[in-house]
Ligand binder design. Structure first.
Ligand SMILES: [Mn+2]
Length: 235
């Protein structure tokens, strides 16, 4: 079976709860659509568990992008070059990440890892893909974190920019493709205008939105693409 989950944001207990509910096994595949880190309490535990499972396929979220940028510069060996990179612009990004974006739990968790594990985490984050195309239950799906900003049917997927893919607020009221369903996180379903069911997976023609706002008083969710079955964290 093929499953999708998104916006775990350090909620390790909820992540384990969902794996158990799904009876996730070696023959299954789980795509995690970004924002594993930041805000919640245990982002490093989630990452380390994902790293140990070859059948978990991670995709980049805007929070991984920020975390990777900041952690790489903070943990670089001190050279003239690495010091020059710690300029005013970087310090501003760092401050924003640690405060408004909830990067403190990621930074603290990272600091507590042994050095070789820190390096493995940075390598792992650097391998997250920007999108995945999968087929399940006879249907084609395009999986990505936020959406396809400045969408055009002629535009190739590799031509979308990072902000297009990682920060877009998707308009769920219109399908983008006639033959593919877009599966996205990033926008909590409770923040989608016209959605009467805030803590549930939201489906419209051409779209499945799966971020049920776990760190914003909601739940962590997963969906099985083969059967359409939905799973929600119970704690
Ligand atoms: Mn996001």
């Amino acid at each position: 079976m093929v499953y999708c989950m998104s916006d775990i944001h350090g909620e390790y207990a909820r992540y384990l709860d969902l794996l158990k509910q799904m009876a996730f096994g070696e023959e299954d595949t789980l795509y995690i659509l970004g924002d594993v880190v930041d805000r919640g309490p245990q982002p490093m535990q989630v990452l380390l568990d994902m790293m140990a499972r070859p059948n978990v396929i991670p995709l980049m979220g805007n929070h991984e992008y920020m975390a990777l940028h900041c952690l790489r510069l903070l943990s670089a060996e001190i050279t003239q070059e690495s010091l020059a990179a710690l300029d005013a612009a970087f310090l501003e990004v760092l401050q924003l990440w640690l405060t408004a974006d909830g990067g403190d739990s990621t930074a603290w968790g990272f600091r507590q890892l042994p050095p070789e594990q820190r390096e493995a985490v940075l390598d792992y984050l650097g391998e997250f893909s920007l999108y995945e195309e999968v087929s399940a239950g006879g249907q084609q799906y395009l999986l990505l974190h936020a959406g396809l900003g400045s969408f055009s049917p002629e535009r190739q997927l590799e031509d979308y920019t990072l902000p297009d893919l990682l920060e877009t607020r998707t308009d769920y009221s219109r399908p983008l493709f006639p033959d593919r369903i877009l599966v996205t996180g990033h926008t909590p379903t409770g923040a989608i205008p016209a959605n009467p069911w805030p803590f549930y997976i939201y489906r419209t023609p051409g779209h499945i939105a799966i971020d049920c706002g776990s760190v914003f008083g909601g739940r962590l969710a997963a969906i099985c693409l083969d059967t359409g079955e939905e799973f929600y964290s119970t704690r």
